[in-house]
Design a protein around this ligand. Structure first.
Ligand code: NAP
Length: 524
């Protein structure tokens, strides 16, 4: 397959006529060919009409067909071979090994959702059989199952061009839920987007899916993306990106005649707590591991450790020296886009210029769009007095907040907004303090982890990649792991309907062998 610059509306590829965008070589800034034609309002209209028409036939397909479609997408992505990796390398500047690993994760994610669909537990079946003889009143027959919300709009992330883009977690979980998907391609990797969209379209063709089950649109401005969220046929939105972008889409969705949920993953600084025993016993070993996590992938992870909280003293000073030393050896790395690089440099410059923030260390200077790591320190009082210090700097920069004692550390924690992760480094002797802190930590983050760092998000059943605002727009959900399917489902209850009219999963004989909560007994 080749990159043509064409969008895909259902099975039809076509060159958009509404302006165009180009991919850029992340390492050199060179403009990559071809140009990608921007979708016009008529293209958006067609994609939405097709998605709406596809919704019912798609969601009513047997679960096995839906699962086979997801698996077929995975196979088709692998079939793209090195062409996909080569294009993605150019557009993102991410290393080959990282991209190959990310492709494995993307394919694994699709297969995980295929397994989830086959098992049928996501349908959440509950059956409360009628009790005609119940006194004083008979009980009706109630049967509940989850169904897809309708067509979903997906805005992929720049920092996960495969695993959180066209066929990434949002798309996989929406398709698994029975929802057609329209992706607004991220302008940072249009060629990668087109190749993956072609793979999805091939899988849809091979598996005989309704045509509008998937479309990909390029946007030469913001109208198409915003129009997609505003379109009455779209019933939910998945987004990963900046706080401003997520908020803009949330406002559009809330202002619609029929407001819809926007699952936006936005901004998190992922505090790392160094408890006194851990700091004393192994602070100098934690430091290089922290720097490795901070600088991995040029720090372009939503779970990047942007904040360290610890009690001030000699052990913290040793940690700071070891971290500064380690950072000095990490070469600068190419960032994803000129915009992300610019905003990283601005963020670092404003911390460096802050009168009450100390620059502890910087990595070696880079060239072009390469980011050098940066480590800062400040006092708890300054941190709490200056809200600008609590914002995310997307890239390899982190701020150490020196606290007078654990009570002050707790106050700093209270001042924080919602987070995706909080990492706690603890020794045996720190357990009582951590136990006391847990209720506060639980109220602040979607994932708490011990003696590690939040970078590296396992795609699994018990994963939560979410958290209170602004980490996400809806803390009740996760965008990674099998639970992500719940975002695109809603429950429907059937009262006293003849069994012959009910979906098979609600039949008493359970012909699909799905988990059923029967009269409050069993899974569920
Ligand atoms: P972004 O600028 O928010 O873009 C994400 C997607 O949303 C893109 O497709 C973009 O379109 C679109 N978009 C942004 N603002 C919009 C608006 N007002 N109306 C309509 N569409 C809009 O994010 P990014 O470029 O991927 O990453 C930049 C920033 O996102 C980073 O600095 C970082 O802070 C944050 N980020 C956070 C996470 C996280 O998980 N917390 C992950 C990745 C990135 P275009 O393609 O046309 O720009």
């Amino acid at each position: 397959m080749t990159v043509t610059g064409q969008m895909l509306i259902g099975q039809q590829a076509g060159l958009g006529t509404h302006g165009h965008i180009h991919g850029l070589n992340a390492a050199t800034g060179e403009v990559l060919q071809p140009a990608f034609g921007g979708a016009a309002p008529a293209d958006l209209e067609r994609a939405c009409a097709l998605a709406q028409a596809a919704f019912e036939p798609y969601r009513l397909l047997p679960l096995e067909r839906r699962a086979a479609f997801l698996e077929s997408i995975a196979s088709q992505i692998l079939e793209l071979g090195d062409e996909l990796i080569e294009r993605c390398l150019l557009e993102t500047g991410l290393p080959r090994a990282r991209l190959e690993g990310e492709r494995g994760r993307t394919v694994g994610q699709l297969r995980l959702f295929a397994a989830v669909v086959r098992k049928g537990g996501f349908l959440g079946v509950r059956i409360d059989p009628a009790q005609p003889g119940r006194q004083p009143l008979p009980r009706v027959d109630l049967r509940l199952r989850q169904m897809g919300l309708g067509p979903v709009a997906v805005f992929g992330a720049s920092n996960f061009p495969l695993a959180f883009s066209v066929a990434g977690g949002d798309t996989a979980s929406a398709l698994a839920a029975g929802c057609p998907v329209i992706v607004k391609a991220h302008s940072a990797h249009p060629g990668t987007s087109e190749l993956v969209a072609q793979a999805i379209a091939r899988a849809a063709r091979q598996q005989g899916m309704p045509e509008g089950v998937f479309s990909l649109l390029f946007d030469s401005g913001r109208d198409i993306g915003q129009g997609l969220v505003a379109d009455s046929r779209i019933k939910a939105v998945g987004f990963t990106g900046s706080r401003s972008g997520g908020m803009a889409l949330m406002q559009i969705a809330a202002a619609r005649a029929e407001p819809i949920p926007v699952y936006a993953e936005m901004s998190s600084i992922n505090p790392v707590l160094l408890l006194p025993h851990a700091l004393e016993e192994r602070g100098e070993q934690i430091a290089p591991a922290f720097v490795a996590s901070l600088t991995q992938g040029a720090g372009q992870f939503c779970t990047n450790p942007g904040l360290i909280l610890a009690v001030d003293g000699p052990a913290l000073q040793r940690f700071e020296r070891a971290a500064a030393e380690a950072l000095g050896h990490v070469a600068a790395q190419t960032m994803l886009t000129p915009g992300i690089y610019r905003s990283y440099c601005q963020g670092v410059a404003s911390l460096a210029a802050h009168a009450r923030v100390q620059l502890l260390a910087q990595g070696p200077e880079g060239q072009g769009q390469q980011a050098r790591g940066a480590l800062f320190a400040t006092s708890a009082a300054t941190f709490m007095a200056c809200p600008e210090l609590r914002g995310e700097i997307f890239g390899p920069a982190s701020l150490i907040v020196r606290c007078a004692d654990l009570t002050v550390l707790q106050q700093v924690l209270r001042s924080l907004e919602g987070q995706l992760t909080i990492a706690i480094h603890l020794g045996e002797g720190d357990q009582p303090q951590v136990r006391a802190l847990l209720p506060l930590l639980e109220s602040k983050a979607g994932r708490l982890l011990a003696n590690g760092f939040g970078t590296g998000v396992e795609v699994a059943h018990a994963m939560v990649h979410g958290g209170p605002f602004p980490a996400t727009s809806d803390s009740r959900s996760t965008s990674v792991g099998s639970l992500a399917i719940q975002r695109f489902l809603r429950p429907v209850s059937y009262q006293d309907l003849p069994e012959s009219l009910l979906p098979a999963e609600l039949h008493s004989a359970n012909p699909l062998q799905v988990p059923q909560l029967l009269d409050g007994q069993g899974p569920g």
